[in-house]
Design a protein. Structure first.
Length: 403
């Protein structure tokens, strides 16, 4: 049986910052510490019934960590417990880092979100739209307006998710092309809609944004993210290529098969997690980062603070405002590389309108609720979409603790 240390006595030192857990908020008049104690027990129930292999989680209230722990296993086969500092693949949460990188270039006057993508990447000149008609036929034509940079960020560019066929259709699994080569290939893909007319979630779009970051900065994409975001924030457990010294802390990825949890192996995006992306060429601006709960707090708290963290400014409040506004024509709830709780349905999980963040393919989630001063991070590693109920339970308990 997995032993969980008592939250009443435990003080964790993670990433050089000593973080006091529940006792630190026992006297907080506006937060119910007893309510937060429900989280570990509820997460153990999700592990016990086989819903998830394990998860780490963190809740912060006005910048102070009020819950940080883990349940279950990071490696079932070797009986390795999930820990608060377990490293996981955050997948699409990476998109928001790519968005922050792009906004940094906007603030330096190097990038204009309203300009066509082709102005920065000439290979996109002449890109066509191919739409399917009601009768099943297809029409191919030049777009009325070429896709713009902000449309890449809001998934309204007209790009499909990935190419429907060819070697790049599997790039998120194989990671076997450079970002430059992959995006050159994407430039020859037909769009599936007129730019700006539809919300259609697209990994190609965010990858293209990452390539723009490379071209305008003159730096390798992953190096830019490390030097401008990860290192300054003190995110020492966050990276694209796993260092050998940290591989024993990386969680495996699971899915349900015949009623049991099984390793995803090569069925997982980014490949078999036990191979630690050996030989990978593709950094994945849309899915490439590994991270931990404590590291991600630094990133999300920076966003919550209006672009500043620990005395350093990363983005202006104006950039954060632009990123957290719903920019989709159907009000689908997506800003600039951030999901935005703009619909009343968000209230069903007790989220405040205006809550923003991003999830990932393995069930990971990171949310900022500005109205309640909350940052909520949930890090399972499930490859079949089954971590949602556990994520919702965490959000609902955390939100209901605010009095």
């Amino acid at each position: 049986m997995l032993h969980l240390p008592s939250l009443r006595v435990r003080i964790l030192a993670i990433a050089g910052v000593f973080i006091s857990l529940l006792p630190a908020i026992a006297g907080a008049a506006s937060l119910d510490a007893e309510r937060l104690k429900l989280i570990p027990a509820r997460m153990r129930e999700f592990v016990a019934d086989g819903s998830i292999s394990g998860a780490a989680w963190l809740v912060a209230y006005h910048g102070q960590v009020v819950a940080l722990d883990a349940a279950g296993f990071s490696d079932i086969e070797n009986q390795k417990p999930m820990r608060a500092d377990t490293i996981v693949q955050i997948m699409s949460q990476t998109k928001s880092f790519t968005g922050v990188a792009a906004m940094m270039l906007v603030e330096e006057g190097k990038l204009d979100l309203t300009r066509p993508v082709r102005d920065y990447l000439p290979e996109f000149r002449g890109q066509l739209v191919e739409e399917k008609r009601a009768d099943g036929s297809r029409a191919t034509y030049s777009p009325v307006h070429p896709m713009t940079v902000w449309q890449l960020m809001s998934h309204t560019s007209g790009f499909d998710f990935l190419p429907a066929s060819g070697p790049l259709s599997r790039i998120n699994f194989t990671l076997d092309a450079t970002l430059a080569d992959a995006v050159r290939g994407y430039a020859h893909e037909h769009l599936i809609a007129e730019p700006g007319q539809q919300y259609h979630y697209s990994n190609m779009g965010i990858a293209t944004l990452g390539r723009i970051v490379e071209v305008l900065s003159g730096q390798d994409y992953a190096q830019f993210i490390k030097q401008r975001i990860l290192a300054p924030l003190g995110m020492t457990d966050s990276f694209f290529s796993p260092p050998a010294a940290k591989r024993d802390r990386i969680a495996m990825v699971y899915q349900h098969e015949n009623g049991k949890l099984a390793l995803s192996r090569d069925r997982a995006q980014a490949g078999d997690p036990a191979l630690y992306r050996a030989g990978a060429k593709y950094p994945g601006p849309e899915l490439g980062l590994y991270s931990t709960a404590a590291d991600l707090l630094r990133f999300y708290q920076m966003l919550a603070n209006g672009g500043a963290y620990n005395g350093r400014r990363y983005l202006s409040p104006q950039s954060i405002a632009a990123m957290t506004e719903d920019h989709t024509p159907e009000h689908s709830g997506y800003g600039l590389t951030l999901s935005v709780a703009a619909k009343p349905s968000a209230l069903l999980h007790l989220l405040s309108p205006g809550t923003f963040g991003h999830g990932g393919a393995f069930g990971t989630d990171g949310l900022v609720d500005p109205a309640h001063g909350l940052v909520m991070i949930f890090l399972p590693q499930m490859n079949d979409g089954t971590a949602g109920p556990a994520d919702h339970a965490l959000l609902q308990i955390a939100e209901s603790a605010v009095e």
